[in-house]
Design a protein around this ligand. Structure first.
Ligand code: LLP
Length: 417
């Protein structure tokens, strides 16, 4: 899906040099075929599971619509994500979140979606709002399984110390409360242990803990219909390899099949992948404004942490290439920096690349997840466009912002005029 023709990087059949000429840079470019390959990989690896796409990873409507059309549901984490997921056409929606406002809960209840409830306070709020609306709401409780995945601490979410989920020691009591409160139907268990996880052991541990819990809940008279193991499968950012979706299935499905035998009910397995669906579908294309030999060989490009914050926030590694010189030999070691007025605005450090010159195009790989969605207008930089490539056709799926967009929501009180 990403290939080299005559020394030029192509997304499917479209040259990125052509795209840069037509649309300018920076530019997020997504391969539709790659996205569909990932979606299909999940469907064939987990034929009986319900797969909810984690909208937070990339909420572009076109991409979400493609994912929805393949039969995925959606995991949403805010009223805004719920709004967009509905527009994209997802049917099954789970409303997640550790701090939903009453207004968001009301919106979700009215939309008829399921909730993953993160606290006792929320349990009461959902029950109250459901009663006011005269409906019954199907819920899962987000439990904190106290499991440590080997990933960056900022994206480990199932630790005892994390803000997410009902503490393991309080879970049974919380289900009892859910059973006692009106207008709630507790039918699920939800956990999410973290993101960019490349080792399956923590998933297996978490799944076993969920099954232990179902056994206890069955004794209390509850019928659990789904076990949601969350998202978190890692992708291969470095090129050193990473377990596949299929291998992921092979490690957890046997545990699921074995443990379900002990149960009276037949809870369905739910998953909430984000990164592994969209991460490797997209590149961020950025142009070199200047090359400077300083403390390091700095390559200053037109995208910075305003458009891709992962390297700065998590010291994340993204592969980079000189997109118009893919057949040229390595000549030097370069550090790619953005245009933001902060010395931390570094996208890639000490990379061996062909000779880089002003005007060259740098492709930053695997930026489909947590890329555009985490962008900002910092330093007065409008956000860039997004493009979808399908074979030899391409479509702008989000226009670049203008300078006007930088001020469109601002007001100047009249006495200051
Ligand atoms: N479900 C829940 C409840 C989540 O909190 C998340 C991610 C997912 C599913 C999807 O996880 P995934 O399959 O994408 O790993 N901005 C960070 C990642 C934050 C992940 C937050 N939660 C990054 O750029 O690495």
């Amino acid at each position: 899906m990403f290939r080299v023709i005559d020394g030029i990087l192509h997304v499917e059949d479209v040259s990125v040099v052509e795209l840069a000429r037509e649309l300018g840079t920076p530019l997020y470019i997504t391969s539709k075929a790659k996205l569909e390959e990932n979606v299909e990989a999940y469907k064939s690896a987990f034929p009986n599971a319900e797969i909810l796409y984690a909208v937070k990873a990339n909420n572009n409507l076109t991409l979400m619509r493609i994912i929805a059309r393949h039969g995925f549901g959606a995991d949403v984490f805010s009223g805004g994500e719920l709004y967009m997921a509905k527009l994209a056409g997802f049917n099954e929606i789970l409303f997640n979140g550790n701090s939903k406002s009453d207004e968001e809960i009301e919106m979700g209840v009215r939309a008829g979606v399921k909730f993953s409830v993160d606290s006792l306070d929320e349990l009461h709020t959902v029950s109250n709002i459901a009663r006011e609306e005269g409906v019954e709401v199907e819920i899962a409780l987000r439990v904190n399984p106290d499991i440590s995945p080997k990933t960056h601490p900022k994206i480990a979410t199932g630790l005892r110390t994390s803000k997410f989920g009902i503490p393991w020691k309080d879970v049974i009591e919380a289900y009892q409360t859910a059973m006692d409160l009106p207008n709630l139907n507790p039918i699920g268990i939800h956990c999410h242990i973290g993101s960019q996880i490349k080792d399956f052991e923590p998933f297996v541990l978490a799944l076993n803990k969920l099954f232990d819990l179902v056994l206890k809940l069955e004794e209390m008279g509850l019928k659990i219909e789904f076990l949601d193991l969350g998202g978190g499968l890692g992708i291969d950012y470095t090129g050193e390899g990473c377990p596949t979706i299929e291998e992921f299935a092979k490690s957890i499905l046997p545990v699921y099949e074995e443990r379900i035998k002990d149960l009276k009910s037949m809870p369905k397995l739910w998953l909430e992948p984000g990164r592994s669906v969209v991460g490797n579908t997209t590149i961020l294309l950025t142009k070199v404004n200047a090359v400077k030999e300083g403390y390091k060989n700095f390559v200053a490009v037109d995208a910075g942490f305003n458009l891709l914050i992962r390297p700065v926030l998590y010291q994340a590694y993204h592969r980079v290439a000189v997109a118009n010189k893919m057949d040229k030999p390595v000549e030097d070691v370069y550090t790619i920096v953005g245009p933001i007025c902060e010395s931390g605005d570094v996208l890639a450090t000490d990379r061996r690349l062909p000779k880089v010159e002003k005007g060259d195009l740098i492709a930053i790989f695997d930026t489909g997840a947590y890329g555009f969605v985490m962008s900002s207008q910092y330093n007065g930089r409008p956000r860039c466009a997004e493009v979808l490539v399908d074979g030899d056709r391409w479509f702008v799926i989000r226009d670049a912002e203008s300078y006007g967009d930088l001020i469109s929501k601002q007001r100047i009180p009249s006495y200051i005029l």
